[in-house]
Ligand binder design. Structure first.
Ligand SMILES: O=C(NCCCCc1cc2ccncc2s1)c1cc(-c2ccc(F)cc2)cc(O)c1O
Ligand SMILES: [Mg+2]
Length: 214
């Protein structure tokens, strides 16, 4: 039977990356996606912007919406302080199964809790299920039409505190126009656009960083 792209991506990690070395896992995935098959990881160019935001925030609690194969999960986890927690939501069970193995290969499973399910269902359960009061950093990389409703839901559930950072992928391509309009016009957010390119291409894309002002 035919393998899937995520399965081939995992194969490239197991072949080319060193167990327990998160940066070598990131490098192996980027090499696979540049040389063999494009995949919707945040990628190396936007990944450097992600790294700088994570390092600046130095978060104790992180929520990632959209795990895919775990590329950004591993990238973020490799920069977290010792007892920090990253909760990552993935809707697609096949993607989640691959991501678990990528996360394990990188050796960051102790910092990561991968949850399978839909953001709209899980966001209201974050506090009761995981004992998280608020998130210091949220990385939005899931369905582009869920960025805005899920941001409003996080506000309603009290998961954002004064200073919480939202970092959103793909605000240009595929694009999240209603989300951009909201965070850029709302008095409750201070927003900044980081111009970049769609992963592994020359197409414009970027990350929007928004600070919740409370
Ligand atoms: O759709 C994208 N990413 C979301 C996948 C949806 C997975 C979900 C996770 C989850 C968790 C919880 N609740 C609900 C959901 S739904 C995506 C697409 C492109 C792209 C760009 C140009 C193209 F020509 C073709 C694709 C690039 C990217 O960087 C992406 O992130
Ligand atoms: Mg993305």
């Amino acid at each position: 039977t035919q393998s899937t792209r995520p399965q081939r991506l995992l194969g490239a990690v197991q072949k080319n990356a060193t167990r327990g070395d998160p940066r070598s896992v990131v490098q192996a995935i980027d090499q696979f996606c540049r040389q063999k098959e494009w995949a919707m990881n945040v990628g190396d160019e936007k990944g450097c912007i992600l790294d700088s935001v994570v390092s600046e925030v130095n978060p104790a609690t992180v929520l990632e919406l959209g795990t895919y194969c775990g590329y950004s999960t591993v990238r973020i986890a490799s920069l977290l302080p010792p007892h920090a927690k990253l909760i990552t939501l993935e809707f697609n069970p096949d993607f989640a199964a691959i991501a678990r193995q990528v996360i394990a290969w990188a050796g960051v499973e102790d910092k990561v809790h991968l949850v399978e399910g839909a953001s709209g269902d899980w966001i209201p359960k974050m506090t009761e299920q995981f004992g998280v009061k608020t998130f210091d950093l949220v990385f939005l990389d899931h369905w582009k039409d869920r960025y805005l409703p899920d941001t409003m839901l996080m506000e309603e559930c009290g998961l954002l505190r004064k200073g919480s950072i939202l970092l959103a992928d793909n605000v240009i391509c595929p694009g999240t126009p209603d989300y951009l309009e909201y965070v850029r016009s709302s008095l409750r957010y201070e927003s900044q656009y980081f111009k970049s390119h769609l992963e592994y291409t020359k197409v414009e894309d970027g990350l929007e960083k928004s600070v919740f002002l409370g």
